[in-house]
Structure formats: C-alpha cells, structure tokens
Write a protein that binds this ligand. Sequence first.
Ligand code: AMP
Ligand code: MG
Length: 270
Amino acid sequence: MLDVSNFKVAEGVDLDLSTHDPNSKLGFDGNKKAGQAALPAYRKRLAELQTKLWAKKKQSLLVVIQAIDTGGKDGTIRHVFTGVNPQGVRVSGFGRPSEEELSHDYLWRIHQETPADGYIKIFNRSHYEDVLVVRVQGLAPESVWSRRYRHIREFERMLTDEGTTVVKLFLNISKDEQRDRLQARLDEPNKNWKFNSGDLKDRALWDDYQEAFRVALQETSTDYAPWYVVPANRKWYRNLVVSNILIQTLERMDPQFPAPEEGLEDIVIE
Ligand code: AMP
Ligand code: MG
C-alpha cells in the first residue's frame, strides 16, 4: 500500500500548493510499466470492499473529484473503478446549472445526487464549482461565494453524521502538462471531440484557478471530509494513489457482510 497521508490536506493548515509536486511518484519504486501492473491488485481489493458495502447497505461513500480542465477526472473514474460491480456504483457529473437549478440554492442539485446506503457515488465536478468557476469567473459576488465554504463544511458534516463517508480528490497537474494534454486533443483525431476552445479561456486564468483551489481545499478539508492533493501528471501513479485512498477510506469504514440466516448448515437443497 502507498502512504497516502502525504497527500492529505490537514484541517486548519495554511495550504501551499507549491509544496505538492504534480510529477511526484512518492513511495513507488518503479517505472510506468510496474505502476500499471500494480493496479489490478488494488482494483480487486476495492471490489471486495464494495461488495461488503453493498451487501450490508448501512453506509455509503461519496467520492468528490475536482481538477482543472484536462486534469484526468474521466480517466481516473474509468481506470480505478474498472472491476467493481456496476450495480453499486454511480457517477454524477455537474455541468453548468440549468435555469431551474439556478433558481434554487446551489446545494439543491447536489443533495439529490448523494448516495443511498450501500452505494459508492462519484461526483465528476461538484458543489465545489460554486467556489471555483463561480469565484474565478465572477458568476456571483464575493459576498455570496465567500459564505459557501462554511455551508459546504456544514453540509458535509451532516452527510457524514447521517452515514455517508465523504472523501475529496484534487487531481493536481502542472500548467505544462495541461498544455501537452490540450495539444493532444488537437493532434489526435480520436481526442478531437474533447477539445473545447472555452478551455483556453480557463487556461488563461490558470493562476486564479490555482488560488481558488488552494482556498477551497484549505477552507473545507476537515477530519471528517478530507481533501487529498493527488499528483496527477503521471496517469498511472494518479490511478495508484486514488485506488489507495479509496481502499484505505473503505477499510476505515469497515463494511461487513450481514449476518447470515440462522441454521444454514442444516438446509438441504432437494
Ligand atoms: P465538463 O466537465 O467538460 O462537462 O464541463 C462542465 C462545465 O460546467 C465546466 O466548464 C464547469 O466549470 C461548468 N460548471 C459546473 N458547475 C458549475 C456551476 N455551479 N456554475 C457554473 N459553471 C459550472
Ligand atoms: Mg471549462
């Protein structure tokens, strides 16, 4: 297992993202090939834990994934969750809010998607957009978004109290890596569909986004709903780190198979 505590944002810390190297492969003594070869064993462990969570249906896990454009949210979900029973895993993506969503509070659409007992729910973007894109693009005034860190801490506290474990992943890539990934979307025909010229406008605001992420993580990483800064320039290492975070989170939840009916040993199937 990797020691993922290095990537956890401690509650109340003054966060300095420059101390988090997007290129890191800390704790893994091997190359890409070895890293890719290590993933299947973690997938198997994740699947075992998920089976118990599903069987017992007493708790749930919410995995929030945030990143800058091209940060690897989709790829992470695909690689890490290959092999878990699709019946017990759901993904919710959050794009630009609809008129109806905007006419409610910003957590309204989020709360409808939180997981039921037994499920793992993955948020591909989340309520954090309401303190990221909204802050950077000035979609709401500071007097509005600045209160949201507190709302979010309290919302996640409530979810935790009611049986949903919350874990949050910031996929941390460098600005150079983003350029390479955007360039690949232009150059490779099977990636053209992912290219969105709006992403270039966001890239121009790179520093503002980094600062918005820094503040969001610092203000909302708590002991009960921690943020992890995942080094994400190397996709294979990112996948290992995310798998390890999820496994270790589920191990702490310690799901158990429900007790079997009494007297199973006496039953004879005709
Ligand atoms: P994608 O993930 O590529 O489908 O893009 C979704 C887009 O929706 C991104 O540009 C997000 O920044 C944007 N988005 C998500 N949530 C919000 C929000 N609450 N307010 C404004 N834009 C949002
Ligand atoms: Mg965008």
